[in-house]
Design a protein around this ligand. Structure first.
Ligand code: SAM
Length: 266
């Protein structure tokens, strides 16, 4: 059993030392394993392990705040979301944000909507430290950061119908044809997400890569578990609630056109 795994079935998992502190990502990468750990079941490989530079402030925030607000992604664990978001009422909605990067959207949306819990997952440790640090600075208590592969989280860790929403902002576009299978938005990903999403849950994707936007639209439209909120079946106007993120800014600098997709779980 790896040190990330646990035999328990339901708990708010937080007692975990983040990879940035152990500095084990490099060891896993050199062993040929993904940053999410040795998970044989994972099919979509939407990221490559990388070693981001972490500032002292981010590292200190990780060391200090991880036990309070961190979640280890692990196959053997089912999250108890009301217990995890113990600062919110037990019936507070929870949304999952996949690939939050440096957390610009996470932090702003958490501040704008303090009654909603945001479970934010990424494999990028400087971002985990950044969000933890700024949560404390800004007095936010409605974010929990999960370290690891969102595919594992979706497949193993969330109860059916436990999420009120799913956010995926500027996922890696994998523009080369031979890498398209690495795009996280695939029918299989939508199958996995359909289980924890409650009926009516809002699914919000955004990308600045036009071919990926078209692929997202086609894939969502073709999936029976989701319906487009747009009567014309197209892209949605950018919701005011979605702040500018680092990757969106880079796309806009290159004059990319940004598309939002707003669907609902049937
Ligand atoms: C292009 S960045 C976008 C970050 C951020 N949403 C933004 O708009 O600035 C994509 C992020 O998704 C993360 N990511 C990719 N695949 C992932 C997966 N399977 N599980 C968790 N995070 C993932 C990457 O580590 C990266 O931080």
């Amino acid at each position: 059993m790896s040190e990330n795994e646990t035999t328990s079935t339901e708990q708010p998992v937080r007692a975990h030392e983040p990879a940035a502190v152990r500095d084990s990502a490099a060891a896993r990468a050199s062993a040929g394993e993904p940053a999410g750990g040795p998970h044989a079941e994972r099919h979509i490989r939407s990221f490559t392990p990388r070693r981001g530079r972490i500032t002292d402030a981010q590292r200190k925030a990780l060391e200090r705040l991880w036990p309070r607000w961190g979640v280890a992604v692990a196959e053997g664990t089912r999250l108890d979301l009301p217990a995890l978001f113990d600062t919110l009422p037990p019936d507070a909605p929870t949304v999952l944000e996949i690939g939050f990067g440096m957390g610009e959207a996470t932090l702003r949306m958490a501040a704008d909507d303090p009654g909603t819990g945001i479970l934010a997952v990424d494999v990028h440790t400087p971002g985990l430290g950044n969000v933890l640090r700024l949560m404390e600075v800004r007095g936010l208590d409605n974010i929990r950061v999960a370290e690891g592969d969102a595919i594992i989280l979706l497949r193993h860790m969330l109860a059916p119908a436990s999420l009120a929403g799913l956010r995926l902002y500027f996922p890696d576009p994998w523009p080369k044809q031979r890498h398209h299978k690495r795009r996280i938005v695939q029918p299989e990903f939508l199958d996995l997400a359909a289980v924890p999403l409650a009926p009516g849950a809002v699914v919000h994707f955004a990308t600045d890569w036009e071919p990926y936007a078209a692929h997202m639209l086609r894939t969502l439209e073709a999936h029976p578990a989701y319906e487009n909120t747009q009567p014309d079946g197209g892209y949605a106007p950018r919701p005011d609630a979605r702040p500018l993120t680092r990757f969106e800014g880079k796309g806009l600098d290159k004059e990319h056109r940004v598309h939002d997709l707003l669907f609902r779980r049937r």
